[in-house]
Design a protein around this ligand. Structure first.
Ligand code: SAM
Length: 341
């Protein structure tokens, strides 16, 4: 199920987006962001997020949501779910996680030009459910006003007991959090009004490239392979976003649409927007690396921390190397519950 992939030859979506043109060699490091320490450049990127203006953000299509619900982060409530050890190892990294979640939210907003969703929701939509809401950034933004947004702590893989159907169910960044996607997608369908929409957005665990520089990213490739192996063994696989479209169709959704975006792992692209996206993706990855690796690699693969840190040294080096033209894939997939259901 997991995405294997890497080179342009094995790219299952060659027509989605043109190949990314790399920056000229002599201009690759022209800005001084790599001269700063990782900590200070991350801090400066984080503060610039606060002042960012996304294209048509203010024209958001969403009416104020009067009844938005968001499934809270079970890291705060370990006893609710069956992955206690997994959650508890993540807990010390909660502050760091909040930081990279904000960066991730920003990257998504840059990709969509500020749209909070891609599904063609009709005006007046107000009953929205955000699953696995994390810091709640998406839910709070879509609700527009805090009183419109209500947080609930629950396990989204347990049976849902909502008394009313929703107009829109949304979930983002859940690779590695779900045991049974087909069941989750069916629950989403069952809890929608006829004609309602379901949207899944994810940045898949994968490493992709349009030229052969990807072959030099050996540590990142190893990291990706081990992450996919460990998450699969754990039972909550990563690298699966390329299945979302089919799983949505299989669950019974109509008008299923998949959008795919390339996001460089560092500011190596010539295009200004892709260069900026690469800067944020690089900073987010550098912050997220340990949180993603420690629990899975020690508990599932039996690695010791020294071995993990050694691999991460190589991974960080490759993330800082702009001669590697590597990128991540961001998926947005949405589908509609049949109106006649
Ligand atoms: C990577 S974070 C993404 C947060 C948020 N959706 C976003 O895009 O910013 C994944 C979130 O899903 C939550 N999660 C994972 N498994 C869950 C479950 N079974 N039930 C409810 N939430 C879950 C995690 O605690 C975490 O908050």
């Amino acid at each position: 199920m997991a995405e294997q992939s890497s080179t342009a030859r094995s790219d299952p979506h060659p027509s989605y987006q043109p190949h990314i043109v790399p920056e000229d060699d002599h201009e690759l490091y022209d800005d001084d962001s790599d001269g700063a320490s990782i900590e200070s450049s991350t801090a400066s990127l984080s503060s610039s997020i606060m002042n960012y203006r996304y294209g048509h953000y203010l024209d958001s299509k969403c009416a104020p949501a009067s009844n938005l619900q968001a499934d809270m982060n079970p890291m705060m409530n370990e006893s609710k779910i069956g992955w206690t050890w997994y959650a508890s190892l993540w807990l010390p990294a909660v502050i760091q996680a909040v930081s990279y979640c904000c960066q991730h939210h920003h990257i998504w907003s840059m990709i969509t030009g500020g749209d909070l969703y891609r599904a063609p929701l009709p005006p007046g939509v107000s009953k929205i459910l955000d699953l696995g809401t994390g810091t709640g950034s998406w839910a709070i933004d879509v609700a527009e006003l805090p009183p419109n947004c209500k947080f609930e702590i629950d396990d989204f893989e347990s049976p849902w007991n909502f008394t009313q159907p929703f107009d829109f169910v949304h979930v983002r960044n859940i690779e590695g959090s779900v045991k049974d996607y087909p069941r989750l997608f069916k629950q989403a369908l069952a809890n929608l009004e006829p004609g309602g929409w379901f949207e899944v957005a994810d940045s898949t665990v994968g490493l992709f490239g349009d030229d052969d520089t990807i072959e030099k990213a050996t540590s990142l490739s190893e990291w990706r392979d081990r992450l996919i192996e460990a998450s699969g063994k754990f039972g909550k696989p990563m690298g699966v976003s390329h299945n979302y479209k089919q799983w949505m169709i299989d669950a019974g959704f109509e008008n299923v649409t998949e959008e795919l975006y390339k996001v460089p792992f560092s500011p190596w692209a010539k295009d200004r927007k892709l260069k900026e996206l690469g800067r944020y993706q690089q900073a987010m990855m550098l912050e997220a690396l340990e949180a993603y690796s420690l629990a899975l690699f020690t508990r599932v693969l039996g690695w010791n921390v020294a071995r993990i840190q050694l691999l991460l040294v190589g991974v960080r080096k490759e993330l800082m190397d702009r001669s590697l033209h590597i990128y991540s894939r961001y998926y947005i997939v949405y589908g509609q519950k049949p109106k006649a259901s």
